[in-house]
Write a protein that binds this ligand. Structure first.
Ligand code: FRU
Length: 531
């Protein structure tokens, strides 16, 4: 029988408003309380989906849906940034502007290593962007449904300048409304390019030898997965199954609305793919993230083989309220970068996709300012509050952004109910994560500004985690930034990403349990701003 310890309340005191103000921002973004410190956000104006994520010559490129003239959605451009590590970003000029064929909607980019397209000019292989042109006049004409089609553009200077291909579109619209978001990859086994994109309630798969001439192969999904809204932003890639010699194909598929907690969300399918047809191995609807705020996420192309990771980031918002969140100069950030991993349950044979924060994030850990408390803990009375400042060596306190890793020892004899609270004793704002009766719920009803949209905080975000509670331990990894929290359970087996708008930051973080004995240990680490 496992030894039981009694857990009461432990608090991590965060820097208060008077001290090192948690939400006072870096020199780059002064007086902007919600400006993310460890997440990519545009300097100003509106952003939505990540686009064209490709690695080339030491640079991770991030393009994104961008409207430079406003903080709400409008004529779409591709904004652009590059990074040596997916963590620190340099903003670059807009890469693609709307043109006669339409706005530049979501899509992908690849390196055409063997110049299959013939678009190389100079010594180095070209970078090709594949995107949807959305023709706004056509879109507003009654009865017209053929205003979206796939086009390409190329760059011969490491993505700095782009030329649209003169034969665009490369995939004309065959008469399907909602025909968008192409993701292109090289299929090694059949030596050809594969394009997958969303076509209303399903995806379509095409092949090409040269990125210009595309042939329709198959479709997938009309009778699979969630269908509460339109399908958008697919991705398709192969992943090894951890701990085996097996590999499977994973399809990511964003859907809006129809997410497990309302509005936008991203589901995934696991199956087999022969270069032409995707055959799913399991029928359940599965979600990459149960939070309200991880949408339209896709993975980087051309990650070197020696690295081998499948690297992902998503748009950290939800179409339910993205255009009214209370940020003034800019709207939306991306999630932290995550690597994707496929696991297979020994008991059930079911495949699951795990998302884990990338190791590059360790580079922003403040070396001397971690609060380490290694349990197990016992003997405190119920209701007791202990400041974790007592566990520090120096005088510095932890402030946003920070990361906390918590391990909870689970027991058969209890219901394993506990909660984690972030609060501010002056503003009385609080964000509560409840682990109760096999469900993790996030309650942001009092988390800060919430009334900008009536569907932002009206309901809790809930995730069933019964399966994770049947083990010896529950591992939590939390990343807390000025306006977001990302929760990773058991090495990313379950993920919950939520945005929040605390008016003066949170000044305390604590874990508590009213009723149950639990063992707990944790490490909290101060993170440095990426800007
Ligand atoms: C997803 C999406 C895409 C589209 C883009 C337009 O959020 O609706 O389907 O290409 O945004 O900005």
């Amino acid at each position: 029988m496992k030894k039981l310890y009694f857990l009461s309340v432990f608090a991590i005191m965060l820097a208060s408003c008077s001290g090192k103000q948690s939400n006072e921002t870096s020199a780059e973004f002064p007086n902007d309380p919600f400006r993310p410190q460890i997440h990519f956000s545009p300097k100003e104006a509106w952003m939505n989906d990540p686009n064209g994520m490709v690695y080339y010559d030491g640079e991770y490129h991030l393009f994104y849906q961008y409207y430079p003239d406003s903080t709400v959605w409008g004529p779409m451009h591709w904004g652009h940034a590059v990074s040596p590590d997916m963590v620190h970003w340099e903003h670059l000029p807009i890469a693609l502007y709307p043109d006669d064929l339409g706005y530049i909607f979501s899509g992908s980019a690849i390196v055409d290593w063997d110049n299959t397209s013939g678009l190389q000019d100079g010594e180095h292989p070209p970078m090709i962007a594949i995107f949807t042109h959305h023709e706004p006049k056509g879109a507003s004409e009654e009865g017209n449904i053929t205003y979206q089609y796939q086009s390409i553009a190329y760059s011969n200077d490491k993505g700095r300048t782009w030329t649209k291909y003169e034969g665009n579109p490369v995939v004309p619209n065959p008469g399907i409304k909602d025909f968008r978001d192409p993701k292109v990859s090289w299929h090694e086994a059949t030596q050809q390019w594969v394009m997958i994109f969303a076509a209303a309630d399903r995806v379509r798969i095409y092949n090409s030898p040269n990125l210009i001439d595309w042939e329709y192969q198959s479709e997938f999904g009309a009778d699979m997965g969630g269908h509460g809204g339109v399908w958008e932003c697919p991705d398709l890639f192969e992943l090894p199954v951890e701990g085996t010699d097996e590999s499977k194909w994973v399809m990511l598929l964003s859907i809006n609305p129809g997410g497990p907690n309302g509005g936008s969300a991203t589901q995934y399918f696991v199956g087999d793919f022969d270069g032409k047809t995707f055959i799913p191995s399991q029928k359940d609807t599965l979600w990459i993230d149960y939070g309200r705020d991880n949408y339209a996420g896709v993975t980087w192309s051309d990650i070197p083989k020696e690295d081998g990771r499948r690297l992902f980031l998503g748009w950290m918002s939800n179409w339910d309220y993205a255009q009214v969140v209370p940020t003034k100069k800019w709207r939306s950030a991306m999630t932290i970068p995550r690597s994707l991993h496929l696991t297979k349950s020994a008991e059930t044979g079911v495949y699951s996709l795990a998302s884990r924060p990338v190791k590059e994030l360790e580079s922003i850990e403040e070396e001397d300012n971690g609060i380490i408390f290694l349990g197990p803990v016992d003997g405190l009375d119920a209701g007791f509050t202990e400041s974790l400042i007592d566990y520090e060596d120096g005088n510095e306190t932890i402030s946003i952004p920070f990361r906390t890793e918590i391990t909870i020892g689970l027991s058969d004899e209890t219901t394993n109910n506990f909660k984690i609270t972030f609060d501010n004793t002056e503003t009385l704002e609080e964000l509560v994560l409840r682990f109760e009766d096999g469900v993790l719920s996030a309650d942001r009803s009092k988390s800060g500004l919430t009334n900008f949209a009536n569907n932002f905080a009206k309901q809790e975000t809930r995730v069933p985690i019964q399966e994770l509670l049947a083990r010896e331990e529950l591992k939590l990894e939390l990343f807390i930034d000025s306006s977001s929290i990302e929760v990773f359970l058991n090495d990313g087996a379950v993920v919950m990403t939520q945005i929040i708008f605390p008016t003066q930051g949170y000044t305390r973080a604590y874990i508590s349990s009213d009723e149950n004995p639990l063992r707990v240990s944790f490490v909290t680490t101060q993170l440095k701003s990426i800007w």
